[in-house]
Ligand binder design. Sequence first.
Ligand code: GRG
Length: 309
Amino acid sequence: MVRTYDKIARTAKHSSLDLKTYLKQQKDLVDRALDLSLPINRPEKIYEAMRYSLLAGGKRLRPILCLATCELTGGTIEMAMPTACALEMIHTMSLIHDDLPAMDNDDYRRGKLTNHKVYGEDIAILAGDGLLAYAFEYVASETKNVPPQQVLKVVALLSRALGAAGLVGGQVIDLESEGQSDVSVETLNFIHTHKTGALLEASVISGAILTGASDEEVHRLSKYAENIGLAFQIVDDILDITSTQEELGKTAGKDLRSQKATFPSIWGLEESKAQAKQLVEAAIAELEPFGDKAEPMVAIAKFITTRTH
Ligand code: GRG
């Protein structure tokens, strides 16, 4: 079946790279693909809850990164779209669970009420579980024109990024550190390389793995991801202080109120901004051997420090 997004992909090719236009085009592609990926079925309530959060907006940074590295290493949008969608399903499930009263207890996400505020805690937990399981089904059953061993590698990569070696582990240390006044930079780095960095890294690497990119290419992309992952989190901490709820689409100033250790609480705002800038420069340096083809990846790295939400 020729999916609608294949047709859009062909017309959405970027000529000279204007970051805003590029991000908008890629986001639109991803939004369409996500909408198609999860039709309502029985029991309607759970599909509605899953779609509520999946289609609630968001920057779609993780899928955009996956599509970009697939193209960068010689693949097509079509090859990477199921993985790109799965990354967003996984990210969305982690947001649903993170917002639950037992975790971060938040009422707003992506400018809307959180999933449990609309559907109740029981359904929100299940909506997250449903999205997580479906993400893997979707990669395995919808990826076309990619050798099976490369698809298998992506499945293993995503699983590792999610479990105790990734998101789950980072979240555990984050919960443990709450309310502690003496959290070290090392602990903060551990939390964020796992909680935020692992899935961003999987997003970057998965696009390249689908094309069978060389170890050298994957290594460079992994270093790029490590750097932008940390920069992304530092900026997230800065925005929690400097932005409004309207801009963020979620409760602002929460870190300060819950006395959470953040990069600005340790380094101050200016040093945090300088560190994020340095990390983005280091990320861009890793792309040098890719030449002009890496323009979108350079632009995405720059977006990390200029974003406002
Ligand atoms: C994976 C099984 C499993 C459990 C999840 C809840 C949890 C365990 C981990 C928390 C992970 C988490 C919520 C990390 C925060 C990452 C982060 C910075 C989110 C904001 O990302 P953006 O800015 O958001 O890309 P949008 O809305 O634009 O997508």
